[in-house]
Design a protein around this ligand. Structure first.
Ligand SMILES: [Zn+2]
Length: 312
């Protein structure tokens, strides 16, 4: 088999040849994986394969410069480094205000270990204690270790063992399409955190065996505490497949999908449906429904009624 040419990501100056959007999709000079326009060939990341020839499209394709792939360190090590890293960081008043405005209590904010990204990108003290090679977010340049410090709020992403395995950054200056990015140094010769599923545990689990799935770690944390239910925060609606092994680890027996109510957006609806179809094969499955509010967290903070519709 011939290796396919590496994909480039759809960007502002080089949009997806299929949907014309400037994020999320990828392509080379022959095929595109579009995350928005379905075809009869679905691929593992939740997108769809399109042969550009069939669409009579010649894309603007310049192969990306190969990046050496740095293998990620094991979760246990990441947890140690990341906990040390954030123990030296603070949560700015502005970021704290933002969390309070979302309806979080002081206690929840402390438990979530949220921090503001550091002022300085240098991490000399941390690099003296740990070998940061293979820890996403860190890289070495000119003999000195530093971190990718895009301005924003660091949101810890925890695995099923409550180890910090990565961070999402809620950007202070969000892009049109992007409010969150991963704390990753893969573009700087470091390693990528990969899409990781956040496991949000309430301070008291009222319904063992029941797991809800929502979008993103922040929503998951807020909702878990209010429902007394373990919640998974998937980092993007298309990443749902990574949630399946986590459900196994957690010994789930009932699963409820609680995606944003911008369900009318075609791509959200398609991925939500695919997720529901997959989990109903193994688990008693439901869909959470609410009115008016966009996210489940907003609905719960406002004490709106949230119903669960069982999927037969
Ligand atoms: Zn596309």
């Amino acid at each position: 088999m011939i290796e396919p040419k590496p994909f480039v990501n759809a960007k502002k100056n080089n949009p997806c040849p299929i949907c014309g959007k400037t994020s999320w999709c990828g392509f080379n000079d022959e095929i595109a994986v579009c995350m928005r326009v379905p075809s009869d060939r679905e691929v593992a990341n939740g997108g769809w394969l399109h042969k550009l020839k069939e669409h009579n499209i010649v894309p603007n394709y310049n192969p990306p410069k190969p990046n050496p792939i740095v293998k990620r360190k094991p979760d246990k090590f990441l947890d140690r480094v990341y906990r040390d890293f954030i123990s030296h960081l603070i949560l700015s008043a502005e970021h704290k205000e933002n969390l309070l405005n979302r309806g979080m209590t002081e206690k929840e904010i402390a438990a979530g270990l949220y921090r503001s990204t550091p002022e300085s990108k240098y991490v000399d003290a941390l690099a003296k204690k740990y070998n940061l090679y293979g820890v996403p977010g860190f890289f070495k340049e000119g003999g000195r270790w530093m971190c990718v410090a895009t301005r924003g709020m660091l949101i810890p992403v925890l695995n099923e063992l409550a180890q910090i395995v990565g961070f999402q950054i809620r950007l202070d200056n969000p892009d049109k399409n992007k409010k969150y990015v991963w704390f990753s140094s893969s573009n700087m010769g470091g390693s990528s955190p990969g899409p990781r599923i956040h496991v949000a545990r309430p301070s008291r689990v009222k319904h063992p065996g029941l797991v809800w799935i929502t979008e993103g770690p922040l929503k998951a944390n807020i909702s878990a505490e209010r429902l007394g239910i373990i919640m998974l925060g998937v980092p993007g609606v298309n990443c749902w497949k990574h949630a399946l092994p986590v459900l196994e680890h957690l010994n789930a027996n009932r699963v409820v999908v609680a995606y944003d109510s911008d369900y009318h957006k075609e791509q959200v609806r398609i991925h939500a449906r695919a997720l529901v179809n997959e989990i109903r094969k193994k688990y008693k499955t439901g869909i959470a429904l609410w009115h008016e509010h966009k996210g489940l967290d907003d609905a719960l903070v406002a004490h709106a009624e949230v119903r669960v519709k069982l999927v037969s």
